[in-house]
Design a protein around this ligand. Sequence first.
Ligand code: FAD
Length: 243
Amino acid sequence: MLAPYIAAGNISVKAMWHSAKRVYEETPEIEFHRSIDTFLKQLIWRDFAYHQLIHYPDIIQIPLRKQFADFPWQGTDEQLVKWKRGQTGYPLVDAGMRELWETGMMHNRVRMVTASFLVKHLLIPWGEGYGWFKNTLLDFDTANNAMGWQWITGCGIDCAPYFRVFNPFLQSEKFDPDGEYIRKWVPELSSLQAPYIHRPWEAPITVLEEAGIQIGETYPSPIVDHATARKRALQAYQEVKGK
Ligand SMILES: Cc1cc2nc3c(=O)[nH]c(=O)nc-3n(C[C@H](O)[C@H](O)[C@H](O)COP(=O)(O)OP(=O)(O)OC[C@H]3O[C@@H](n4cnc5c(N)ncnc54)[C@H](O)[C@@H]3O)c2cc1C
């Protein structure tokens, strides 16, 4: 949760780097070393983002891999609004987008899932996501945000391969098995037990009734079918890959 302070210039990244190094040297526990290494690596990602912005100032608007300029985007304005409001019918995506709106923060894992959902499941240009994060993130940072979106889309430097489509329900099953995060930000699903809370559309009608949920009424049906959207994204990415 240091990012807002770094972005606002309240704390020096060099000071953070050196104090983390000092703690590392003063602490014998190996577990602690691992944790500090992980933290330092995050600061290096930030530095990497700044190098990119200095060398490629267009990174804010233009895909670094040029063939992505012709990407066959297909999403609609209506879908974009549903993504922004956390009404996609995919609980982890909705939890993340609602947390962002209410608090101005979102964990990196959820940023990756929601960003991937926008560009790959909905085929909406990454610039729309960049703009929304710019408006809503407390820690908005031009370099980090641009790198994050280009990385997720697959059009940046050292980016996620284009065929990596984050699966929103497997991600929450893995990182939030009991659905605590979803329960907090999507209260209309709070009485639904795991594993159904990760994919409520698969829950038996009796389970939904017990939890007071009507899919399509009290909580949206999935905005797109995951398997179909994944296939469509891979086809679209194949089109630009050869260019
Ligand atoms: C689509 C997308 C958009 C993003 N937009 C921003 C943004 O506008 N501003 C922003 O600061 N970060 C952004 N990030 C990176 C990352 O999500 C945040 O830096 C992190 O969640 C902040 O939480 P923290 O301070 O607890 O980080 P920690 O894990 O404690 O890391 C410490 C610091 O390292 C830097 N850092 C960590 N992860 C990254 C990363 N992946 N890339 C670059 N720097 C990193 C941040 O300055 C962070 O405060 C984005 C990531 C994605 C996938």
